[in-house]
Design a protein around this ligand. Structure first.
Ligand code: PRP
Ligand code: ZN
Ligand code: MG
Length: 210
């Protein structure tokens, strides 16, 4: 049977815990250095190290069979993937944040303002829900510096420890949604025996942690 491919985050909040989960499943592999693909020695699996934003699309297209990625990224890309297992790590919140000295006090104060984010789809849904008309400025990274540069009045980004907000002079203002790491799979993968075996191991690791 042909190896399955699982995509995990190359660097960022989910990388280390994704690697740790797979190692705790008894899989032997080298952590990537320059090669962005590695083969597991004792299990029919290859690991691809990708940007998290690309993972849902790759899984939906079948370029990767499985992926470990934040729920927020799955929803943002609107990729058609199956939720295989919630993983209980990478918990965070997508929040609106504003400069510490901002005069924005209420959601309605966002009307007419510019908000920088890497999550324009989710943010637009949120703004529509609260009937707010604001300008969304899509930025692919380092969103937290945009208010300081005069590019935006507020941001909407992932907050975990809150350290990034703080060190950029921002404060949380409103919760948009929560998120955690999810194991997703391609639709055609259900019933695959390699996935069944991997999932059993993952579930044992998660149970042992409880
Ligand atoms: C998020 C967010 C911040 C950081 C916040 O990035 O964009 O950079 O985490 O974490 P903190 O509250 O603990 O400081 P993410 O890991 O999602 O990576 P990416 O934006 O590079 O995809
Ligand atoms: Zn990302
Ligand atoms: Mg980031």
């Amino acid at each position: 049977m042909k190896n399955l491919k699982i995509a995990i985050q190359k660097s960022g909040r989910l990388n280390e815990k994704s690697v740790q989960l797979l190692k705790n499943c008894g899989l032997n592999f080298e952590n990537y250095k320059s090669s962005l693909i590695t083969t597991v020695g004792n299990f029919p699996l290859e690991i691809l190290f990708l940007r998290d934003d690309d993972i849902p699309g790759y899984v939906a297209q079948g370029i990767a069979d499985l992926g470990i990625v934040g729920e927020n990224v799955i929803d943002e890309t609107q990729a058609q993937v199956e939720y295989v297992q919630r993983l209980g790590f990478g918990k965070c919140n997508l929040k609106l944040a504003i400069p510490k000295d901002s005069d924005i006090q209420d959601l309605k104060d966002l009307n007419g303002k510019a908000i920088a984010t890497s999550y324009p789809v989710i943010l637009q849904q949120f703004l529509d829900e609260y009937k707010i008309k604001a300008e969304i400025r899509e930025i692919s990274g380092s969103v937290e510096i945009s208010p300081g540069l005069g590019l935006a009045d507020a941001i909407c980004d992932i907050v975990s420890t809150g350290g990034t907000l703080k060190s950029n002079g921002l404060k949380p203002f409103a919760d948009v949604r929560s998120s955690e790491a999810i194991l997703v799979g391609n639709k055609n993968l259900l019933g695959n025996p390699i996935l069944t075996e991997l999932l059993q191991r993952i579930q044992s690791v998660l149970l042992a942690k409880e």
